[in-house]
Structures are given as C-alpha cells and as structure tokens.
Write a protein that binds this ligand. Structure first.
Ligand SMILES: [Zn+2]
Length: 251
C-alpha cells in the first residue's frame, strides 16, 4: 500500500480501517502509511476509542457499575494499588507473564518501578497516553487474601467486560518483552522505496495473522477473557491493532 505527500484528513485521523457490516455507524476509510517502529501513534488510538465510545452506543457500551467486591486498580499517577470507588473507569491488561525471574515489585501497596517487568511499565505509560488513570493487572490487583483471591480469579471475565478497553500483549514470550510501540521495544520496519516525489511503503501482514502466531494466543483462557472486553488494543511486533464490535483499525 502506498503513502504519499497528499495524505487525506481521514487517513491521518484514522489510519487503516474496516468495519463490520452490522455496524450502524462507520468512520471514514483510510489507507496504509508509514509506521514509526519505536512509538505507536497514540493520538490515532485515542481517535479510535473516541469514535467507538461516541458512535457504537448499541454494541460497544461498557456496562456501568463496579465489577466485583474489593476491586483494586493501579493508580498510574502514583503507582499505588487503590481500592476502586464507584464506577472508576479503567483499562485492563491481558499478557503472558511467562517464565522469568523478577523481584516482587509490590511493596507496601505501591509498585516499585525498577522491579516491574517492561510489559507492566509500558501498560502504565499507555494507560495515561490514552487519557485514563487506572489500570487493572491481575498480578498486582488481585488481593492476597485467599478467599478474595479465589473469588476474583473466578470473575476475571467480568473484570474484562467492565474495562473501557483491554491492552493485549501479542508479542514476546513473557512480561519482560514489553508492549511494542510504547517507546522501548522496537517494532519491525516497513520496507520503503522512493519514486520521484512519492515514497512507497510495504504493508505488514494482516494483524489477525500475526496475533494468531503469538504466544499470547496460545493461552486459551487469556484469549477468551480478553475477547470479553468491548474494546481490544493489540500490540504486535508490527503495529497496533484495534478491534470492537463495530470496527477494526490498524496503524
Ligand atoms: Zn466500537
């Protein structure tokens, strides 16, 4: 797919989009473009979220109310674990912890940044870039109390259902890998060639294909629970991909 100097407004605002035939409201269509290997275009991702929130009121509305008792979230401003008060809007993370050694990053109810795996650091950063303050990560937000822990693990599907969006780490084999596009883990570079005034970029594989090959996808329970989220933002080694009931968008 080709990107040249005369990019349309729709193209800049929405990247590459397709939408479901059942959707009653669809955004303007777009074409491919150059993708920064290091940092995803989070203004673009915010546009996708905003469009979904405003226009997909029938299929993508997140249920109001608190998902479970003693529900805890990471306050991304302070890195403290806080008990949710009524109807706090939050982002959820679906990822593969994997096999790796790390020091416990939770001390006295606060996350110690230097001990956090890169995927968690990136998720905190992205939550704020998307305009949210609270993030749910199973490892740090499920209470240690055995009874509460058991109850909350059984209700993880509800937690994902109530999230404003879920970040999905569909790259790497464990939580040290990070979320590609957050500014640390470099993504694949598109092949490009200049032809006169124009620059031609190769497109990446279909995001669905890349996601299907990820370690994250091999965890069946992770996949199922994340699919319960109304809005899914996948991070792959190639690009960021958004999916909801009304549309699919990629950078
Ligand atoms: Zn939607």
């Amino acid at each position: 797919m080709c990107a040249s100097g005369d990019l349309s407004h729709e193209f800049e605002c929405f990247g590459h989009i397709s939408w479901n035939s059942c959707s009653t409201s669809a955004p303007p269509t777009g074409r491919g473009r150059f993708i920064d290997p290091l940092l995803a275009d989070f203004e673009l991702v915010r546009n996708w979220l905003t469009f979904c929130c405003k226009n997909h009121t029938r299929d993508c509305t997140v249920e109001s109310g608190d998902p479970i008792r003693m529900f805890q979230l990471i306050d991304c401003n302070s890195n403290k674990i806080v008990t949710a008060i009524r109807r706090m809007k939050y982002i959820a993370l679906s990822y593969v912890w994997g096999v790796h050694s790390s020091e416990d990053a939770l001390e006295d109810g606060k996350l110690v940044w230097k001990h956090l795996p890169q995927t968690i650091r990136d998720a905190i950063k992205i939550t704020k870039l998307l305009g949210y303050r609270y993030l749910w990560v199973d490892r740090y937000c499920i209470p240690a109390d055995p009874r509460l822990k058991h109850t909350q693990i059984r209700k993880m599907d509800i937690i994902y259902q109530h999230a404003q969006a879920t970040l999905l780490g569909a790259a790497g084999k464990n939580a040290t890998y990070g979320l590609p596009g957050a500014g640390t883990r470099c993504r694949k570079t598109q092949r490009a060639v200049e032809m006169g005034q124009h620059k031609l970029f190769s497109t990446f594989a279909r995001p669905e294909t890349v996601i299907k090959q990820s370690t994250w996808m091999t965890r069946g329970w992770t996949y199922q629970e994340a699919m319960l989220s109304k809005r899914r933002i996948f991070f792959t080694d190639e690009q960021v991909y958004f999916e909801c009931a009304g549309m699919q968008c990629s950078e």
